[in-house]
Design a protein around this ligand. Structure first.
Ligand code: CTP
Ligand code: MG
Length: 227
C-alpha cells in the first residue's frame, strides 16, 4: 500500500521562545525541519506533505527538496492553521488519491529514528486501523486535586504517546471530517470516531523539542563528538 507522511511544521514554538517558528530553528548547520525530514525520507514513503507556517511555504519546500535527493517528486507543501488539528487537516487535503496509509509526524520530533516509521507502517499493513509509538511512563504518577494527592495511578496502565501516528487513510479522513472538538493527537481523533488504535514501541530519540532544555538536548545529540 502507498504511504504518505504528513509532517506538521506550522507551529510557532511559543514554549521554545525562539525568533523563528520552531521548525526553522537550527540544531547544527541545519534546522529542526531538515533533521525531521531526513528521518521521513529514510522511510518507505510515496508522498511527503510538509505543512508549513503561512508565509514560510517556500522555505519548507527548499528544505524538503534539499533532503529528498532523487525523490523530489514525492514532495507536497500545505499551509498550516492555528491549531495542530487544523494543520493536519490541511495536510490531509493535499494527500494524493491513491494513498492508502497516512502517517502524521511532528517536525518537532526531529531525531525520530526510521525504525519507528517502519514499526508503525508494519502494524497497519498487518491489519490495524491505526498505530502509534508509545514509551513506558518512568515517573511514579499521582492523581492530584490542587495541592492534595488524591490517588496513586498504576503507571503500568499508562504510556506516553509519540509520533509518527499512522492510520488507514479512509479511517483518518473520516475521523478528521467528523472531529468536533480539540484533540491533542491524531489517535484521539481516530478513537473518538470509534476505531481501535494499536501501540508499537516508541523510541526515546523521538522526544518532542518543546522547551529550551529540549533544544539543548537535541543540539547535544547532533553535535560532532570532540576528538
Ligand atoms: N503544529 C502545527 N500547526 C499548529 C500547531 C502545531 O503544524 N498550529 C505542529 C508543530 O509545528 C509541531 C507539532 O505540531 O511540529 C507539535 O506541536 P508543538 O510541539 O506544540 O509545537 P508548537 O505549537 O509550535 O509549540 P508551542 O505549543 O510551544 O507554541
Ligand atoms: Mg503547540
Amino acid at each position: 500500500p502507498r504511504v504518505a507522511v504528513i509532517v506538521v511544521a506550522a507551529g510557532s514554538g511559543t514554549r521554545l521562545g525562539g525568533r523563528a517558528p520552531k521548525a526553522f530553528v537550527g540544531l547544527d548547520a541545519h534546522t529542526i525541519l531538515r533533521h525531521a525530514l531526513r528521518g521521513v525520507f529514510a522511510a518507505p514513503a510515496a508522498q511527503v506533505v510538509v505543512v508549513a507556517p503561512a508565509g514560510r511555504e517556500g522555505d519548507a519546500l527548499t528544505e524538503a527538496l534539499e533532503t529528498a535527493g532523487d525523490r523530489r517528486d514525492l514532495v507536497s507543501i500545505a499551509t498550516g492553521g492555528s491549531t495542530r488539528q487544523e494543520s493536519v487537516q490541511a495536510g490531509l487535503h493535499a494527500v494524493w488519491p491513491d494513498v492508502e496509509i497516512v502517517l502524521v509526524h511532528d517536525a518537532a520530533r526531529a531525531l525520530t529514528p526510521p525504525a519507528v516509521f517502519e514499526r508503525v507502517i508494519g502494524a497497519i499493513e498487518a491489519g490495524a486501523a491505526g498505530a502509534i509509538p508509545v514509551l513506558p511512563v518512568i515517573d511514579t504518577i499521582k492523581r492530584v486535586d490542587g495541592p492534595a494527592i488524591v490517588a496513586a495511578v498504576d503507571r503500568a496502565e499508562l504510556a506516553a504517546a509519540q509520533t509518527p501516528q499512522g492510520f488507514r487513510r479512509d479511517v483518518l479522513d473520516a475521523a478528521y471530517a467528523a472531529a468536533d472538538e480539540d484533540f491533542t493527537d491524531d489517535a484521539a481523533v481516530v478513537a473518538s470516531a470509534g476505531h481501535p488504535v494499536a501501540a508499537v514501541a516508541g523510541d526515546p530519540l523521538a522526544f518532542k523539542i518543546t522547551t529550551p532544555a529540549d533544544l539543548e538536548r537535541a543540539r547535544g545529540l547532533v553535535a560532532p563528538v570532540a576528538p
